[in-house]
Design a binder for this molecule. Structure first.
Ligand code: PBG
Length: 337
């Protein structure tokens, strides 16, 4: 029997007529038929801001990623903007933590000061802020804790205050990442009643309880001191539930939705893309970055090719916006071609 079932072919000519390799024969042709292009304009670069002076600490598990003190931030913001990176996502590393995360919503808190510095140094750089409490709570959970439980509704009040304080400091968009129920609606109402109805919300809608956040917890000093986040972040086993979370966030007023992590959840990105009309963001998280950096350092994989393949896959799966620690590397790689 033939390898090819001739009954499905219109005629023998078709055997030689079909040569997909024609469209792969030269770089010009490959570029011409390229379906997925990475574009700097849809990249968001995360930044960690730490309390103190003169600080530019490399995160040991994330080579090339630093914690910056506010006084060193102006130069960094100008550099990021001049490289053509359009937006940053801010995380704060305060030096005081307490049960109610009070440093998260102080008008002169670490992130609030950072926003003002960046907006002054590089006004064209879009400033997005991560809205969560875990970096600010002594127990490291994303909400108010009572008797070992993370309480949902009392947390909404603190998240709303945090988001409002970021916007009052000049943030262009807020991104709640806590996974409490109803937080998008609560933040939307708070912003609107304070006259900030034009500030959009990027919701971390489908955020999974993931081992890929490991290096981030060193960068942001946000590891939970007891238990884990499985009581509020999603189970990696569930994709339909992601659609439900996305649907709820949209009903509550999200302007864009996010899937996080990205690489192990490309199917979820694709399903969300099909299900909604809003822009979809994907977070290429710390562990996804560190794996590539570590393998490259060992000489086991080619960093540029691996990272570009991952970012392209995230885009191909359907992400409009990619949040990635590779942003600066990407600028260089896109220039090199
Ligand atoms: C805060 C938050 C986390 C990340 C973004 N926002 C950590 C977590 O949920 O534990 C992870 C980002 C990354 O790993 O790069 N809740």
């Amino acid at each position: 029997m033939d390898v090819v079932d001739r009954r499905v072919l219109p005629n023998d000519f078709a055997m030689t007529a079909w040569r997909p390799r024609r469209l792969r024969a030269s770089q010009v042709m490959r570029d011409l038929v390229c379906e997925t292009r990475l574009d700097l304009k849809s990249i968001v670069y995360p930044l960690f801001i730490a309390e103190g002076h003169g600080i530019r600490n490399e995160v040991s598990s994330m080579p090339g990623v630093y914690q910056w003190s506010p006084d060193r931030l102006a130069g960094e913001a100008r550099e990021i903007a001049s490289m053509g990176i359009p937006a940053v996502l801010l995380f704060g590393v305060p030096d005081r933590k307490d049960d109610l995360a009070s440093e998260a919503y102080r008008s002169d808190g670490i992130v609030q000061r950072a926003i003002a510095t960046i907006k002054e140094a590089a006004p064209q750089l879009m400033v997005v802020t991560d809205v969560c409490l875990c970096e600010y709570t002594s127990h490291g959970h994303c909400g108010v804790v009572e008797n070992g439980q993370v309480l949902n509704d009392p947390t909404l009040e603190l998240l709303s205050r945090t988001a409002l304080s970021h916007v009052e400091a000049g943030a262009d968009m807020v991104a709640p990442s806590d996974m409490m129920d109803g937080r998008v609606g609560a933040i939307r109402r708070t912003l609107d009643s304070a006259g900030h109805e034009m500030v959009p919300i990027m919701a971390y809608s489908a955020k999974y309880a993931s081992a890929f956040y490991g290096p981030f917890r060193e960068a942001a000093d946000s590891a939970p001191q007891f238990g884990d986040r499985r009581g509020y972040q999603m189970s990696p086993t569930n994709a339909r539930e992601a659609l439900r979370e996305v649907e709820l966030d949209i009903q509550e007023g999200a302007d864009m939705v996010m899937v996080k992590p990205a690489l192990a959840y490309l199917d979820v990105i694709a399903r969300v893309r099909d299900a909604v009309k809003l822009p979809v963001a994907a977070y290429n998280v710390s562990g996804e970055y560190s794996m590539v950096k570590a393998a490259a350092k060992m000489g086991w994989m080619d960093e540029k090719r691996t990272a570009l393949e991952i970012l392209t896959a995230i885009k191909r799966a359907g992400a409009d916006i990619i949040i990635t620690y590779f942003a600066k590397d990407l600028v260089r790689w896109l220039q090199e071609g």
